[in-house]
Design a protein around this ligand. Structure first.
Ligand SMILES: [Zn+2]
Length: 372
């Protein structure tokens, strides 16, 4: 009888702790939503203290700001103005709650707490990157610092029992993350083409709309317009001897392209309204630096928390998922310029997969290498 009572007790305890982890995750998710909205807009995350409706800017009373429940009860609308509250708010709260619970169930409590901090940073980084194509420094640089601190506090994170060794490993893994991705991106740049291409002789070019994309031909080089743009801020400069945008002609001029628009002589024209651009180009310039170093610092933060193997795995798993998504969007024919996803969310996917399944994956992989 006593044994049974003990069992019921421990079951009740577990249930209580699991419920606590889930609710804590949802509440943290609610705060992460505030960060996702405010960080890229450079608003303070604690002032104003109270959440406000993004449409009518009215403060939201606490009873309408309960994680998960409020969104569902109000069906994603502001109680004051009826404005739409993005589905993202519900998704972030639910994902946070589920990850907090899964972490609690999978790891000893000291590690679980550091992983809670880690997934919070990853969630903010992912959703800001999806909406704004940047990852805020609070997440990346803050994440590196938090990861090194966490490794000092819980050396088991780095598979060590010495605090000093754990800190060194964490810092090295962060450096590895930054440098590996830097190398991959630079190598990609070389494979992709030089940043500044001065043509031997001025060459004719045409830009012809094709559905959601466009065909871009310089001399005899044929390419897809969308291949030139990975990020919203990417630019392409064409220095032309002459240019023609639909029926308008320009002399010696520079066309300054973004994926969706072209600026010429102080005027901005949306590419949606253009059928054809042609002319003679003498230099093509791709200022890639506009890309920012967000991804690199993000992977460094992943390394600082999860170690060097997680760095390599995140690149591997992220690229794999990226190619799959690219293939699927290509197959269903939804290849829109702006639909190109940033790399941050893929890295996040790789990191979280590693957190839960890294050990299993390694064992499986080593088994493949040494079959008995
Ligand atoms: Zn409102």
């Amino acid at each position: 009888m006593e044994l049974l009572a003990d069992c019921v007790d421990s079951f009740a305890y577990q249930l209580l702790f699991n419920a606590f982890a889930f609710v804590l995750g949802a509440a943290v998710g609610s705060f992460l939503n505030v960060c996702i909205y405010r960080l890229p807009r450079e608003l303070s995350v604690n002032r104003p203290r109270r959440s406000f409706c993004p449409v009518c800017k009215q403060p939201i009373p606490w009873q309408q700001n309960l994680p998960l429940i409020s969104w569902l009860v109000l069906r994603g609308r502001c109680a004051n103005c009826g404005g739409k509250i993005a589905f993202r708010y519900l998704v972030v709260e639910l994902v946070s709650a589920l990850l907090f619970l899964a972490i609690w169930q999978s790891f000893p409590w000291q590690i679980a707490i550091t992983y809670w901090v880690f997934v919070s940073l990853v969630i903010v980084g992912t959703f800001v990157d999806l909406e704004h194509f940047i990852i805020p420094n609070q997440v990346t640089i803050g994440g590196i610092a938090a990861g090194v601190l966490a490794s000092f506090a819980v050396p088991e994170l780095m598979g060590s029992d010495s605090r000093i060794a754990a800190v060194v490993r964490s810092v090295l893994a962060a450096a590895l993350g930054y440098l590996t991705l830097l190398f991959v991106l630079e190598a990609g740049k070389v494979a992709f083409g030089k940043k500044r291409i001065r043509l031997d002789a001025p060459a004719p070019f045409t830009w012809t709309r094709q559905g959601d994309d466009a065909e871009f031909v310089v001399g005899s080089e044929r390419s897809l317009w969308s291949d030139y743009f990975a990020r919203e801020k990417d630019q392409l400069l064409l220095r032309c001897d002459e240019a023609k945008i639909d029926h308008r002609s320009f002399g010696n001029t520079t066309l300054d392209f973004h994926y969706d628009r072209v600026a010429v002589e102080g005027e901005v024209i949306a590419l949606d309204e253009v059928a054809q651009i042609s002319g003679v180009v003498r230099e093509l310039q791709i200022p890639r630096e506009a890309m920012g170093r967000g991804d690199l610092k993000f992977l460094a933060a992943i390394g600082a928390f999860l170690g060097w193997r997680a760095v390599l795995f995140s690149i591997f798993a992220g690229s794999l998922l990226g190619s799959l998504v690219g293939l699927v969007t290509l197959l269903v024919g939804k290849r829109v310029w702006s639909a190109k996803l940033p790399f941050g969310p893929y890295l996040a996917f790789g990191a979280v997969s590693w957190m839960f399944f890294g050990e299993t994956f390694l064992r499986w992989y080593l088994g493949l290498l040494n079959p008995h």
